[in-house]
Design a protein around this ligand. Structure first.
Ligand code: ADP
Ligand code: ZN
Length: 620
């Protein structure tokens, strides 16, 4: 098992649970594997596939996912193929024959295709294992339900002796039980790994308007000058707007959403995967097929509808284990919108519950990672030190007077105003709503002028989360003062608020006309730079990165498939001068050592002023 790990994948040790899972499968057991995105699920079936005698069939929901996995395996010298509609029938016939001749170890296939092919494959090939990737797609409770998945129960029915391993990053209890029932493997051993992803930083900003959010993103991007990342937006319009805005500010970005045709979407995705564009501004439609390991940040421009969605999306950052950042914006407009969606949806109660758990996360004043882990049924007992709450513990102050001002304004209108109008009245802003209803005549009009509008938005959101007001979603989203709120309003109780964190502003210069095209062009020629870690030679890193990019372009693979960022950093740090030393770098298997060793070692040698290795040296 360890030999296979080292030989094909170049790793020295297993991650937690991997060894146990592999052992269980090799002994013929069925398994359900729950691991966070980037946790290392693939190895759990790929190593058994290599060790078992026959063929492993991997069910996967998307062609792009299959492509990525197959490319990564082939790049490690492993016989893997995908059988799907993106190839011609002749190509598929060849693959089918190769399977029958025992030449293929892993076959990736969609569930509907498998239903068609199963009779032939089961008669003419020795099937050793079924791996069901993204297994939550089988469940109507999951967020990616695919009807084709629900026929997979047939596998165990027809081939009861072939072990099945189902893998997913969705830990939801109902989904879990549903997967096992539908696959007809209720006896399967369930392996739940820690969902912690300590390399992802967590940060939440609340109550910002669109302009402020854009400004914050620019500030954030100053810390990620050449890094790749994803910005998730709720609407197509926002995705477009964000992409244009970033392009105007020196950052190459593309939009990705259901409003584009498939060609445009593919191009956006390919450019991102191949490091040709820095940022994708996407609706949730983007991501499931993305295994890119060097995504360095994920931003949520809007609140996601559940913690599962959120966790899966931020999980796309930092798959290579290097530090990566996440940022979530949270506003009352999002809550209103998402509550509306939840009410309209078929599973109203569940979706409202999911949304409120998401809100609890965004509103928390305690370590955010503890909340996430707790959600997935884990308690690690300590604060993480890598979230905004841990880094800047919230400072409280006596907010009684501020809260009374706000509640009084709401009360004087007969509780017939939204949060936005409340802020307008407090700040004395003569908005259309204020004008129409004559709110400028209220005694509270302008009583909060000493506090900026932005801060009022924040305090009002805090009042909502502290339970002093409620939103009446079925009555034009007007605010209602709760019993608790009345106690504060009438002076029976004092109340605290949290001091608002102010960011320092380092705006980028806006591009002049014509500069944009030039910058885009430059970016296409340049590639990503990553902040150097101690002892690393940054110039060498750049040279290695360039070689990787050239090899990737030539071979038609994404750069991260050739070698990951992590491997490049290690090479630039340990500076191997022989192919043998190159092979010792974690993540370099036998195949990559032979294929790329000499080229990368020569770049290192050149930087150290040593002579290049020639082909004859390579064989020693
Ligand atoms: P998942 O499918 O769970 O999202 P992957 O299987 O793609 O995650 O693994 C994520 C990354 O972790 C990959 O780059 C993979 O090569 C790496 N990885 C997996 N197992 C190990 C291991 N035992 N040691 C080091 N890296 C590993
Ligand atoms: Zn924390």
């Amino acid at each position: 098992m360890f030999l296979t790990l080292k030989r094909y994948f170049g790793y020295e040790s297993f991650r937690p649970q991997q060894r146990e899972i592999i052992q269980h499968i090799l002994e013929g057991g069925n398994a359900l594997v729950l691991m966070p995105t980037g946790g290392g699920k693939s190895l759990c079936y790929q190593i058994p596939a290599l060790m078992l005698p026959g063929l492993t069939i991997v069910v996967s929901p998307l062609i792009s996912l299959m492509k990525d996995q197959v490319e990564a395996l082939v790049a490690n010298g492993i016989a893997a193929r995908a059988l799907n509609s993106s190839a011609t029938e002749i190509e598929n016939a060849i693959i089918r024959r190769e399977c029958m001749e025992g030449k293929i170890k892993l076959l990736y296939i969609s569930p509907e295709r498998l239903m068609m092919e199963l009779p032939i494959l089961s008669d003419h090939t020795g099937i050793s294992l079924f791996a069901i990737d993204e297994a939550h797609c089988i469940s109507g409770w999951g967020h990616d339900f695919r009807p084709e998945y629900s026929r997979l129960g047939i596998l165990h029915e027809q081939l009861p002796h072939v072990p099945i391993v189902a893998l997913t990053a969705t830990a939801d209890k109902i989904t879990r039980t549903d997967i096992l029932e539908q696959l007809q493997i209720p006896d399967a051993k369930v392996f739940i790994s820690s969902f912690d992803r300590p390399n992802l930083s967590l940060d939440v900003r609340r109550g910002l308007d669109a302009r402020q959010k854009r400004q914050t993103i620019l500030e954030f991007m100053n810390h990620h000058l050449n890094d790749c990342g994803i910005i998730y937006c709720m609407s197509q319009k926002n995705a477009e707007m964000m992409a244009t805005y970033l392009c105007e500010h020196h950052i190459t970005a593309v939009a990705y959403h259901a409003g584009l045709n498939s060609e445009e979407r593919n191009k956006a995705q390919e450019d991102f995967i191949n490091d040709r564009v820095q940022v994708v501004c996407a609706t949730i439609a983007f991501g499931m097929g993305i295994n890119k390991s060097n995504v360095r940040f994920v931003i949520h421009y809007n609140l996601p509808k559940s913690i599962e969605n959120f966790y899966q999306e931020i999980g796309r950052a930092g798959r290579d284990g290097l530090p990566s950042d996440t940022l979530l914006f949270y506003s009352v407009a999002d809550i209103i919108q998402l509550t509306h969606f939840a009410h309209e949806s078929g599973q109203r109660e569940i979706n409202i519950e999911r949304l409120s758990r998401m809100r609890e996360y965004a509103e928390a004043n305690i370590c955010r990672r503890r909340i996430l882990l707790n959600y997935f049924g884990e308690e690690n007992g300590h604060d993480c030190g890598n979230c905004d709450v841990c880094k800047n513990p919230p400072q409280q102050f006596d907010g009684t007077v501020l809260i009374q001002k706000a509640l009084s304004a709401i009360s004087r209108t007969g509780e017939e105003i939204t949060m936005r109008t409340t802020a307008d009245i407090l700040c004395g802003i003569y908005s259309p709503e204020v004008k129409t209803h004559g709110y400028a005549n209220l005694k509270t009009y302008g009583v909060g002028r000493d506090v900026p509008l932005r801060d009022w938005n924040d305090y009002l959101l805090q009042m909502l989360q502290l339970g002093y007001v409620e939103i009446k979603y079925d009555e034009y989203n007007h605010l209602h003062i709760t019993d608790l709120g009345n106690e504060v309003l009438y002076g029976h109780k004092r109340a605290t608020l949290v001091v608002i964190r102010k960011e320092e502003k380092v705006p980028r210069r806006k591009l002049k006309k014509g500069e944009l095209q030039q910058k885009l062009q430059q970016h296409l020629n340049l590639q990503i730079t990553v902040e150097p870690i101690p002892l690393e030679d940054p110039i060498l890193f750049e040279k290695l990165r360039r070689l990787r990019f050239e090899l990737a372009e030539r071979q038609g693979f994404p750069p991260y498939i050739i070698l990951s960022d992590k491997v490049l950093h290690e090479i630039a740090t340990v500076r191997p001068t022989t192919v043998e030393q190159f092979g010792d770098v974690s993540g370099i298997g036998e195949y990559k050592k032979q294929k790329y060793g000499q080229m990368f070692v020569n770049v290192v040698r050149q930087s150290l002023g040593l002579s290049s290795l020639s082909d004859s040296d390579e064989s020693d």
